[in-house]
Ligand binder design. Structure first.
Ligand SMILES: *[C@@H]1O[C@H](CO)[C@@H](O)[C@H](O)[C@H]1NC(C)=O
Ligand SMILES: *[C@@H]1O[C@H](CO)[C@@H](O)[C@H](O)[C@H]1NC(C)=O
Ligand SMILES: *[C@@H]1O[C@H](CO)[C@@H](O)[C@H](O)[C@H]1NC(C)=O
Ligand SMILES: *[C@@H]1O[C@H](CO)[C@@H](O)[C@H](O)[C@H]1NC(C)=O
Ligand SMILES: *[C@@H]1O[C@H](CO)[C@@H](O)[C@H](O)[C@H]1NC(C)=O
Ligand SMILES: *[C@@H]1O[C@H](CO)[C@@H](O)[C@H](O)[C@H]1NC(C)=O
Ligand SMILES: *[C@@H]1O[C@H](CO)[C@@H](O)[C@H](O)[C@H]1NC(C)=O
Length: 373
């Protein structure tokens, strides 16, 4: 996947070193610029013998290209939550055009999906959990999540008002728009038989907002935990969880070949258990996808109080993770209102870094056309 970017690696090292020497401090806003590039990934073509301990395997198809602003995160994305976490509000917004601090090139945001725990409102949302059929190479399949966000339900169910995930527990939020049937050339790609399959949240220019708590884990730490007291909110290319989020074979999802992940607020390790980092797991100028492109500043995790925050991907390649008590969840978000939230965060509370330009051009001229070549 990194064949064509060797020429940019020298520049990459220079930038990464200059960032790494900056002091790691708390911020309210983490900004990335120059987000999006032309690149490829390998979609899953076939899942074989998924119940067999010895023969469970997957095959990928030929590479597909993505290109343009925010790519590959311009594709449909699913929203993932890991505990300790309670979700009070969630909203997904899109805008035909929005450029941070440029009112003339911006149009208001429209809310397209919404969850409010208190009023038990759920619009254009499906909560899914990995609580289905367990496969040796794919792990557990997606099923409808019950109101606790963890166990299985027979139909789409709203998350309860007192929802709370503990360490290691996760659920996923998709839209309520059903996928066509599984198939390489179909809208949702190849996915596991029998799962509830929905589109994630699409568009180049998009914003995800959350009101939530991340209280300290009350259970004792032990080796049975994988992510003890390490909550996170993150986005994945919506194909990933429909095949496998944590496969034992890299070809069982498009993740390893770079179809896209962005971590909005993530605790990285137990040493820094109250530091929320943002990270791109894409191949934009880097070789090690697992490490990814990380912010070297963090947003503090408030373990006592409700936090309001989210991420905005604008139309000019700016990605901004931010936390602000001024966030609202109304059905439209006016240009001036969101700019006010962002600009009220002082410049010295903003950590900014630029992603590298990648010197490859997709063979198609139109962005968002995912041709199979
Ligand atoms: C999806 O959500 C929208 C917004 O709440 C609603 O109008 C629509 O009926 C829902 N569709 C389905 C299939 O549930
Ligand atoms: C629901 O979300 C999907 C995916 O982003 C979007 O295409 C659709 O228009 C939304 N539906 C409504 C009713 O807003
Ligand atoms: C994944 O697929 C590629 C291309 O078909 C193949 O070269 C590679 O060996 C596969 N990886 C695994 C772990 O099976
Ligand atoms: C914890 O994560 C941060 C952010 O990635 C990193 O800088 C730090 O070195 C990590 N600490 C340990 C002990 O791994
Ligand atoms: C929990 O225990 C693991 C080792 O089992 C350790 O790596 C981790 O830092 C601990 N977490 C906390 C928050 O103490
Ligand atoms: C959101 O709606 C509330 C109540 O209707 C209103 O007071 C507030 O000004 C709105 N905020 C924004 C940012 O639109
Ligand atoms: C920004 O400036 C304020 C006031 O001088 C200070 O309290 C704060 O620590 C600074 N933040 C950063 C990230 O340096």
């Amino acid at each position: 996947m990194i064949f064509n970017i060797l020429s940019t690696l020298l520049a990459a090292n220079a930038i990464i070193f200059s960032i790494a020497t900056a002091e790691v401090k708390p911020y309210e806003k983490i900004a990335f610029t120059n987000v999006g590039f032309d690149g490829t990934y390998f979609p899953v073509k076939k899942l074989s013998n998924i119940d067999s301990e010895t023969k469970c395997t997957c095959e990928v198809a030929d590479k597909v290209w993505f290109s343009g602003v925010n790519a590959p995160l311009s594709d449909y994305l699913s929203v993932h939550m890991r505990g300790p976490l309670s979700l009070f509000k969630f909203a997904f917004y899109s805008s035909p055009s929005f450029i941070v601090n440029n009112d003339r090139s911006s149009q208001d945001w429209t809310r397209q999906a919404y969850y409010d725990a208190n009023s038990q409102t759920s619009e254009n949302i499906t909560f899914l959990a990995k609580a289905g059929n367990d496969s040796p190479c794919l792990g557990k399949a997606l099923v409808y999540a019950a109101s606790d966000g963890r166990s299985a339900a027979s139909k789409s169910t709203i998350l309860s008002s007192d929802n709370k995930l503990s360490s290691d527990q996760e659920y996923v939020i998709y839209s309520n728009v059903s996928c066509p049937k599984s198939g390489l050339d179909k809208g949702c790609g190849v996915y596991r038989n029998g799962i509830p399959a929905y589109y994630g949240f699409g568009g180049v220019t998009k914003m995800f907002l959350f009101e939530f708590t991340m209280p300290t884990e009350t259970a004792k730490n032990s080796s049975s935990f994988e992510y003890y007291d390490m909550p996170a909110i993150w986005l994945l290319n919506d194909h990933i969880a429909r095949t496998s989020q944590y496969p034992t074979n890299e070809n069982c999802s498009c993740w390893a070949s770079g179809c896209g992940e962005f971590d909005i607020f993530e605790i990285m390790n137990g040493t820094e258990k109250n530091h929320l980092y943002s990270t791109f797991h894409t191949y934009q100028g880097i070789e090690d996808l697992a490490i990814g492109i990380q912010s070297y500043g963090y947003i503090p995790r408030d373990t006592k109080n409700t936090m309001k925050g989210g991420v905005l991907f604008d139309s000019a390649g700016n990605t901004i993770s931010f936390m602000s008590d001024d966030i609202t969840f109304n059905s439209t978000y006016a240009v001036a209102d969101i700019n006010r939230v962002l600009s009220s965060i002082p410049v010295n509370e903003t950590y900014s870094s630029q992603l590298l330009s990648v010197d490859v051009t997709a063979p198609t001229k139109s962005p968002m056309v995912f041709g199979i070549i």
